[in-house]
Design a protein around this ligand. Structure first.
Ligand code: HPA
Length: 269
């Protein structure tokens, strides 16, 4: 199932990326940081789903960042677009089979924690899956991983420690928090946000969790960073909009790119 995609990538580049990086809304600019870049449109890779969301390009960029071989997914697909969880994690699984050891995910999220302001960067330290979806449902593919897999260190504590140290050295404030995932596509109601805060959520969003499940199933290490593009519904009196999400993403982009560039060599080994 994944072989035609692997062959298509192999035909374009001999590089074995150590890290896969998924760029969330508005972070596509990071692809410019990749050296010796080979750009492969998703539409050239058999089986690779193409995003319909605004702010999400659709290409795989393979090359190096600070000497580290990397595959950057510029654009991802979401459950709210109507894709199945298996389609959402297709890229994760292909890159895992290609030899990637570490998956770094970025996303835009709503902030629930009172310490977060608009534009805060937050390292996800755990999640609550309320998507009612899982890419590992159905017969287990033993070539990917075991039927029942552990999620106690789903967001590698070792990698998080290294990233926090690097962020501190760069003077980039970085929080940690729990990400609660929903299918979307609507933003939440204020009552939902109050309920989720009681459940222990610090962030809410519509992505990332399927990929983290697929990656942990395969034994990859994960790291995920949210940009708080807006305070969650009802926390401020503002109405939520995708424009606001994109606008905050743009404002924080340079700092986010600087952080990502700095952590890539830290998490490679
Ligand atoms: N809720 C869900 N997903 C989001 C939000 C939000 O408030 N902001 C950005 N992605």
């Amino acid at each position: 199932m994944y072989q035609p995609a692997l062959d298509a990538i192999r035909q374009r580049t001999p590089l074995t990326p150590q890290i896969a990086l998924v760029l969330g809304s508005g972070l596509g600019a990071f692809a410019n940081e990749v050296e010796n870049a080979v750009t492969i449109p998703y539409s050239d890779i058999p089986g690779w789903p193409v995003s319909t969301a605004i702010g999400h390009a659709g290409q795989l960029v393979v090359g190096t960042v600070a000497g580290t071989p990397i595959a950057v997914m510029s654009g991802r697909v979401h459950l709210y677009e109507g894709y199945s969880a298996q389609q959402v994690v297709f890229g994760t699984r292909v890159l895992g089979k290609l030899g990637v050891k570490t998956l770094i995910l970025t996303n835009a999220a709503g902030g629930l924690h009172p310490d977060y302001g608009q534009g805060s960067l937050v390292l996800i330290n755990d999640h609550i899956n309320l998507m009612a979806e899982n890419p590992c449902l159905g017969p287990n593919d033993d070539s990917l991983g075991p039927r029942f897999f552990d999620m106690t260190d789903a967001y590698s504590a070792d990698l998080r420690a290294r990233v926090l140290a690097k962020a501190a050295a760069l003077n980039i404030p970085l929080h940690q928090g729990v990400y609660l995932a929903l299918k979307g596509p609507n933003f939440e109601t204020p009552a939902e946000i109050r309920a989720f805060a009681r459940l222990g959520a610090d962030l809410v969003g519509m992505s990332t969790v399927p990929e983290v499940l697929a990656a942990n199933h395969m034994g990859l290490r994960c790291l995920a960073i949210s940009c708080v593009t807006n305070l969650a519904a009802g926390i401020s009196t503002e109405k939520l909009s995708h424009e606001e999400v994109l606008e905050t993403g743009r404002r924080v982009r340079d700092t986010f790119v600087r952080l990502l560039k700095a952590i890539i060599p830290e998490v490679a080994a």
